[in-house]
Design a protein around this ligand. Structure first.
Ligand code: PAJ
Length: 284
């Protein structure tokens, strides 16, 4: 695994692979890698000849007062974990390398509408930060495919929209959500929780599963179901931002005929913001 910090070095490395006719998959991350990230790396290897993993804690996707400063940075351990799976290059740029004119002067890439809904309502500017950094990583790397986790479902939809709108010749591949044995979705932010809080946090997934069961059983009053689910999460001691039943294709509010649904939730526990979602196919 080559360890690369600069755009110039990554470009020359990739150029050599491409000259040989090889394809490239990119897996963007912010590090503090867990099994979820590693599953995306393995998936990437199934879709291209070479795998590039980036680790970059992107300042532009954190709002004021969010956890940019305390976001876990564990490069040494991450490098060790990656050396056990198939990765050809690990790209760990500095902030200056990604934003050469500084953050305040940086060109912004925004996907309107989709970015302002759900998590975007509670984290204004967050998805613009994500699209601004991922578009840069795409332009630096020019990958054939890029792999993202379903865990961040709205992020996936925003990025898919960006790729389509900008005519980027990159195929996005989805990796399924890796969970702890008790159902809690793996997340770098789980490290901020103690054992008791982690156990409490499982209410999010349990609530989404219950919501899925209610929908499977034929209930269709989405706003009543959403409110009951949010109340359930609150009763466990979390502060829910939202629980939402949406169309899985475009995150629109579903109508009675929608069959591919995604159930999404975001809640805060001890100052840590947790998100999760489950997909649900209803019979047509
Ligand atoms: P990060 O939170 O590090 O996540 C990197 C990738 O891992 C994302 O595609 C995310 O959806 C995926 N992932 C996270 N938890 C997962 C889990 N439990 N199972 C499977 N995949 C999981 O998402 C970001 O970083 C950033 O916003 C980024 C896209 C890198 C842009 O800065």
């Amino acid at each position: 695994m080559k360890k690369i910090q600069t755009v110039k070095k990554l470009r020359s490395t990739l150029a050599a692979w491409r000259e040989a006719g090889d394809t490239v998959a990119l897996v963007p991350t912010m590090g503090n890698l867990h099994k979820g990230h590693l599953s995306l790396v393995s998936l990437a290897a199934e879709h291209a000849d070479h795998v590039v993993v980036s680790i970059f804690v992107n300042p532009t996707q954190f709002g004021p007062g969010e956890d940019f400063e305390r976001y876990p940075r564990t490069l040494e351990i991450d490098t060790r974990k990656l050396s056990r799976v198939r990765v050809d290059a690990l790209f760990t740029p500095t902030i200056d390398e990604i934003y050469p004119r500084g953050i305040d002067q940086a060109t912004i890439v925004t996907v309107p509408g989709l970015s302002d809904d759900l998590c975007g309502k509670f984290r204004p500017g967050h998805f613009s930060g994500v699209t601004s950094v991922v578009s840069r990583l795409f332009n630096i790397c020019l990958p054939d495919v890029a792999v993202f986790g379903q865990k961040d479902y709205q992020q996936l939809m925003v990025l898919q929209r960006m790729v389509e709108d900008l005519h980027l010749p990159i195929r996005l591949i989805r990796g399924s959500t890796e969970r702890e044995a008790d159902g809690l979705a793996m997340s770098s932010r789980n490290n901020f929780l103690d054992a008791g809080q982690r156990a409490t946090a499982t209410v999010i997934y349990r609530t989404l599963e219950k919501l899925a069961a209610d929908l499977r059983a034929g209930q269709r009053d989405y706003s009543v179901l959403e409110a009951a689910a949010a109340a359930n999460i609150q009763a466990a001691g979390l502060a829910p931002d939202y629980v939402a039943v949406r169309n899985a294709e475009n995150l629109a509010i579903p109508d009675a005929r929608s069959t591919r649904l995604v159930l999404l939730a975001a809640a805060r526990l001890a100052g840590v913001r947790l998100i999760d979602n489950v997909l649900l196919d209803l019979p047509a």
